[in-house]
Structures are given as structure tokens and as C-alpha cells.
Design a protein around this ligand. Structure first.
Ligand code: AMP
Length: 554
């Protein structure tokens, strides 16, 4: 027997409809690419997004077509998102931090027909346009006064024109009908950085984004409310800004968009002038903010909570926010394929009773899954491993906000017999259910048959007062197969000896995890999503031989 409740397709246009109807005056504030702070409201964002839908229909965009964005976090970017998704087209967020060749490959693979672009990224467009045969129109996200002169390099016969965002908004009516399609309709497309092989597209549905929104709103997840003022530093082009461009309007929270300026001083200024209560970003952004605050004796007078994820969060960041500024850090894990929120290290009732220091080991872990997300650990053969906090295994995940295949079937079958997706991460899960990422599977060090977590060593070593950044890789060893090597980029003006770092690690990690050597480097390279690029580091260190190994060989 079927239930007799209304169906109400879970489509994301309803989120902005709701925001406009019930929180229409709540502000969306942007540090614009042109310079000034621009203030708008959910009511205006809704109206302008509908006008964009009509503009897109006028350009011949049909439901299912891919429309790309190459843009910073801004009110206009939100308008483009909802304008695209509302009519049933697919919003494809391109990552401007990739090389132009990669962006061109991805846009061509997606078959993008229209591209919304910020002024900052026009040089990229000029470079990619001839290589994306599907691309007909480029909409510059600016007003007529700032429209550039533009000539695409090379041959681009498919290109029909450069359009002005504000002119399109001005010229079209807000009378557009949204939704009315199945909730499984594709809604967003985001390619993963593709550490092996070509990048692969994750194709979100309206339903998965809507469910992800409901999941992230829960108090033990992001815990957002209408009273919040939310600044997403995490870009909309990286895993949907962790869903904030949906969850903020879903609650009616005020939004503050940082545009192109993500340095410590610019973020601090927005946090204070706009009264931000909640923010989300990767650890390196918070490191920059904390350095700025320490250098300027700055304060955080309104910020209450930050979600930190995308890479492991070092203890010093959690402590600095808590001890010096009274801000709660929630450490989170997720990936493009998981919409992206997968787990959060929210304290349970039992842990919340403990003194802060005793909570720290749990706060450093990536945490527990919300309702609707299931996790398991398996060995190399796929057999389940116990949740004992020490068994390392492949982290697998299942749920309605998790990818079941990549765009156009890239990579083939990606689920196991039980429908779980292999995250490519190696993790432990403890008896309280707290998951801890120890590595990407391809980065884990296998020493004498046992696994060493590079992430754990890195996040401890980076807390050394002289360290700016640290990375650990495995290097060949005749007896143990592989041993850890610690690379350290020092803070400007600092000098240090390897022993200082090895002493610092002593007692904080198992003795046999101690790196066999410490090498000081000028640069630790980051990939396009802000993660340490270990592939490049391994390439750079390919001729390196451990001192002990070199000694026995000579
Ligand atoms: P992406 O799809 O680019 O967001 O990358 C997802 C990957 O980032 C995950 O599979 C993890 O390897 C890594 N990651 C995300 N959050 C964390 C975290 N809190 N700690 C450690 N690694 C993380």
C-alpha cells in the first residue's frame, strides 16, 4: 500500500522561491569583482535569476543542456546558478585554478553551450574557446560600463557572441516558470580533479542537492538558521561551496560573498563589517586569517562557528579559534562525489561533558556521518574491517547524496556489490563512530607491511612554531619497502634543523612512524582544489635517497 501524502518534487528552484517569499528582504552582500560592496536581497536574486532563465531560453538553451560558470562566489554567481537550474538545465561549475588545457578538456567533455564568466577569468576564456566546439555564448558577469573588448584567439566558428550579464537581466522579463520536472533531473555538474586518468564529472540531481540541503541544516551538521550571517569562503566551483548556496537561502540566512579577495585581511574585514556568524573554508584559508589576526591584533566579534574541511585540520587552528577567539571549529570531511558533506566531528553528548583537552583527539578526526550517509571500512579484498580505531581500511560510502556513476559513464562501474562508493581514502573508525582519514590510498606509506598515516604526521608537524607547511611522502627503503620523509616549508625568516622537527614529533606519533629524514623546501605545491600535490612532490623528489640508505650503498 502506498502512502497518501503529496509528492512535491524536491527541486532546488523551490529553495530560492522559499527564500524570496519568506525572507525576501534578507541580504546577499558581495565584494564585487569591479571593487565596491554590492548589496542585494533574496527577493532581487530571485527576480534576476528568473530573468536569466528567460535570457538562456532566448539563446536556445533547453532542459538538460549544460551551462557553465567560471566565477568567484558572488550574488551574480548565485543568480546564474538558480537561473540555469530552475529551467532544468545543468549548471556546470568550472574550476579556474586548473590549467586552461584542463578547463578546455572538461568544458568540451561536458558539452557546455553557454559560459558565465567573471571579468577576472576572461583570459582563460580566450584560451579555451577555440577548443570547446559546443560553446556558443559567453556571458560576462558585469555591467555595460565594464564590458571588455574581446577577440577569441584562434579559430572559433562556433562562437556566437559575448554578452553582458546586466544587459541580459535588464532586457528580459522575470516571468519565467521554474521546476515542474522530475526531482531526479540533473541539476549540477562538477568534475573531480582526476588524480588518475582524465577528470570525471559528478552529476548532481535536484533531489540529491535538496536532500543534501536538508542534511546540512541539522544542528549536528552545519546547524544553520535564519539568524545566521554566512560567509562561504569555499568556492562555489569546488564541490558546490559545500552546499551553502542552497542551505543559506533555505533558512533565510544573510549571505556574504567574498568575490575574488580571499586573503586574511579581506576576509577579516567582511567578517567584522557584515557581522558574520558562520563560515566555511579549507585549512589554508584559516591559517592565513589567523596569521593576519595575530599580526594586527585583530578580533572576531561576531563569528561563532567555522566548518573546516577539504584537508585535515591541524590542532593549532582548532585551538587558536577556540582559545583566542571563542569560535567553535567543526572539522568535516567530504568530496565532490558526496555532494560534498560526508562526516563532521561534532561532539556527542558524552564527549561534550569532557574537558576540552580530552575532546581534542575527537575534534581532530573527520567525524561521524549524518542521517542518510553510511560508511564502511574494508581491506584490499573488500572484506569489512572492525570499527576499533586502529584498523586502517578503504573508506566506502553509500547514500542518496553520493554519486552512483560518473557523467557519461566515465570510469565504468563505481559501486561495490553492496552499493558503496570507494572514496579512495584510507581511514579508521573508532568505537564511538568517529572516522579519521589517514591518507589517500595512493599516498599511504607501507612500511614493513604496516601502514603509516602521512596526514597524521603532517598535521602534527605543521604545528611546530617554525613551520609554514609540511608534507610527508614515502620513499624507497631496501628493508622496509618504504619509509616516511618529512618535507618542511619554514615560515619566512626561520631556520631549523631536522632534529628540531623529529624532537617535536617524539611522543606524539608511534616511534616507528618517525620520518627517516627531514628536508627543508622552498615550496610545497598545492593542486587546484587546495590540497597538497603529492604526485608533484614525489616527482620532484624522485632522485632523493635516504641518508642511511645512501650510506649503506657507498
Ligand atoms: P574533492 O573532491 O576535491 O573535494 O576532494 C576530496 C578529498 O579531499 C577526499 O577524498 C579527501 O582525500 C580529502 N579531504 C576532504 N576533507 C578532508 C579532511 N577533513 N581531512 C583529510 N582529507 C580530506
Amino acid at each position: 500500500m502506498r502512502g497518501l501524502m503529496q509528492h512535491g518534487a524536491l527541486t532546488v528552484d523551490k529553495i530560492l522561491d522559499h527564500a524570496a517569499r519568506w525572507h525576501g528582504g534578507r541580504e546577499v552582500v558581495t565584494r564585487s569583482i569591479e571593487g565596491p560592496i554590492v548589496r542585494t536581497t533574496y527577493g532581487q536574486v530571485h527576480d534576476r535569476a528568473k530573468r536569466l532563465s528567460n535570457a538562456l531560453l532566448g539563446l536556445g538553451v533547453a532542459p538538460g543542456d549544460r551551462v557553465a560558470t567560471l566565477a568567484w562566489n558572488s550574488g551574480r554567481h548565485m543568480e546564474a546558478w538558480y537561473g540555469i537550474m530552475g529551467l532544468g538545465a545543468v549548471c556546470h561549475t568550472l574550476n579556474p585554478r586548473l590549467f586552461p588545457e584542463q578547463i578546455a578538456w572538461i568544458a568540451a567533455d561536458a558539452g557546455d553551450r553557454v559560459l558565465f564568466v567573471d571579468l577576472t577569468f576572461l583570459p582563460i576564456v580566450a584560451a579555451i574557446l577555440p577548443r570547446v566546439p559546443s560553446l556558443e555564448y559567453v556571458v560576462v558577469m558585469t555591467d555595460p560600463d565594464h564590458m571588455p573588448a574581446f577577440a577569441p584567439a584562434g579559430d572559433a566558428p562556433h562562437f556566437k557572441g559575448l554578452l553582458c550579464f546586466e544587459t541580459l537581466v535588464e532586457e528580459h522579463s522575470a516571468d519565467a516558470s521554474w521546476g515542474g520536472f522530475d526531482e531526479e533531473t540533473a541539476c549540477g555538474l562538477c568534475y573531480t580533479s582526476g588524480t588518475t586518468g582524465d577528470p570525471k564529472g559528478v552529476l548532481y540531481s535536484h533531489r540529491s542537492n535538496f536532500l543534501h540541503t536538508l542534511i546540512t541544516l541539522q544542528p549536528d551538521v552545519m546547524g544553520l538558521s535564519q539568524r545566521d550571517v554566512i560567509l562561504p569562503v569555499v568556492p562555489m566551483f569546488h564541490a558546490n561551496a559545500w552546499g551553502v548556496a542552497f542551505s543559506a537561502p533555505a533558512t533565510g540566512a544573510k549571505m556574504v560573498m567574498p568575490g575574488a579577495k580571499m586573503d586574511g585581511a579581506s576576509i577579516h574585514e567582511l567578517l567584522e563589517t557584515e557581522g558574520v556568524t558562520f563560515s566555511a573554508a579549507v585549512p589554508t584559508v584559516w591559517q592565513m586569517l589567523l596569521q593576519h589576526l595575530q599580526a594586527t591584533n585583530g578580533q572576531l566579534t561576531t563569528l561563532k562557528k567555522v566548518v573546516i574541511g577539504g584537508a585535515a585540520c591541524p590542532e593549532m587552528i582548532i585551538r587558536a579559534f577556540h582559545d583566542d577567539y571563542g569560535v567553535e571549529v567543526v572539522h568535516a570531511w567530504g568530496m565532490t562525489e558526496t555532494s560534498p558533506v560526508g562526516t563532521l566531528s561534532t561532539m556527542t553528548e558524552e564527549l561534550a561533558q569532557l574537558p576540552y583537552d580530552q575532546q581534542m583527539p575527537y575534534r581532530l578526526k573527520q567525524g561521524r556521518p549524518p542521517l542518510g550517509v553510511e560508511l564502511k571500512l574494508t581491506d584490499d579484498e573488500g572484506a569489512r574491517l572492525p570499527s576499533d580505531g586502529t584498523s586502517f581500511g578503504h573508506l566506502k560510502i553509500r547514500g542518496s547524496i553520493i554519486a552512483r556513476a560518473y557523467f557519461k559513464g566515465a570510469g565504468g562501474e563505481i559501486l561495490d556489490d553492496e552499493g558503496f562508493f570507494d572514496t579512495g581514502d584510507v581511514a579508521t573508525i573508532d568505537a564511538r563512530g568517529f572516522m579519521q582519514i589517514t591518507d589517500r590510498a595512493k599516498d599511504v606509506i607501507k612500511s614493513g607491511g604496516e601502514w603509516i598515516s602521512t596526514i597524521e604526521i603532517e598535521t602534527i608537524a605543521v604545528c611546530h612554531p617554525k613551520a609554514a607547511m609540511t608534507a610527508v611522502i614515502g620513499v624507497a627503503h631496501p628493508k622496509w619497502d618504504e619509509r616516511p620523509l618529512l618535507l618542511v616549508k619554514l615560515k619566512p625568516g626561520e631556520t631549523a634543523s631536522p632534529a628540531e622537527f623529529l624532537d617535536f614529533l617524539a611522543g606524539k606519533i608511534a616511534k616507528w612512524w618517525t620520518p627517516d629524514d627531514v628536508v627543508f623546501v622552498d615550496d610545497i605545491p598545492l593542486g587546484a582544489t587546495g590540497k597538497i600535490d603529492k604526485k608533484l612532490i614525489r616527482q620532484r623528489m624522485k632522485d632523493y635517497v635516504l641518508p642511511a640508505v645512501a650510506a649503506t650503498a657507498s
